[in-house]
Design a protein around this ligand. Sequence first.
Ligand SMILES: [Zn+2]
Length: 393
Amino acid sequence: MRRNRFVSRARQGADADTLTKLARRLSESSSRIEDRLWERRLSELLYDRLARGFDADIDSALDELAKINARAYDDLADLAESCAESLTLSIEDKSHDALLLAIPLLAWSRYKLPTSTLSSALVDAIGAQMAGHLAARGTRLAIADHLYSIDQLPESFGEVYEVAGRLIAAAAEGKRFKVDPKSLREPVAMLADTRYLLAAIVAPQGQALFHWQETGVDPDAKIGALTAFREQAANALQPLMTGCRFRVLSPNAFHAALRQADRDLREFSLEAASAYLKLTFGLAPSQLQGTIAAFEDKRVEEIRVGIGKAGDDDSVVEGVVWPLLGDEEDKAVEDIEAALRALGITRVVTHAHRFPMEYCDDCGAPMFPNPAGHAVHTEPPQDADEQPAAPLH
Ligand SMILES: [Zn+2]
């Protein structure tokens, strides 16, 4: 027993090692022809690992490359994402390409944001908008009947691969894709957050996935098509999103869609905080001040923005976490300052010193910087009639 485990672990280490080597050679390649050969060998190994449930090998290879070779890391990460979210399958003896798509929403509400099952009518309505605006002729679609929070989405490469496989099979067979909400985690409640629809699109191999890729269609038709889809999808989703303000983002391949939504959520969260303070406490942007500070745990992890009443340098009423997502710290701070100004919050304090990553011991909420230079818990303004966000501790 022990020996088998030892052997399989050694085998896994060897596969991680092979992935690392192949990725390094790919990163050194100087021609598209050579790229394609390395990519094919890497993809074969990646699909094999994913199909056997050994995606930990991919993570070990990426951990190793992160330390030694940034370019090879990016190449392997790109390919691993691609293999997890797309595959080739045979339908009626013809090869088809298939891709897992995500359609992100940005939403905020004073109440709990929904994560819910979609009615068949709503799935059909979204499907009709996808078919009408996005999908190329001859493609097949399926949409999962659930509005996911980020915590509920598949996370590891293996989980993404598994969900992609099942959703793509549903698209290929023209079946509905039912999600058991009880199998999903309860999301963390936030004022502003992302929500996602998942879909799969299947096209005969080598043919267009999207309408704007079809021969004879102006490639710039993409711009109008996405705008129309986002509007129509927002209309269809309105009843589900009662009590929320929300925006539908462009559908995209799963990993790319999540990245874009993470980026867009940052500014949207500042807008939401400003709108929330106006709606709940009657505080207009001109009565507010923002405080910006970098929070670190060994290195800077994120910028946090405290928003409070102008003139009260000790209290923070609402806060927004702005993850760096690969941006330089200076750029992030500039972006936040510009976003606050665009909202009409012109009084802004930016602290030069770093704060430790602190969370409330009782509720786990992040602590936010105040103008006086401390990290504090958000609390409603002293004179507020309504006290919905008052911490009970
Ligand atoms: Zn707390």
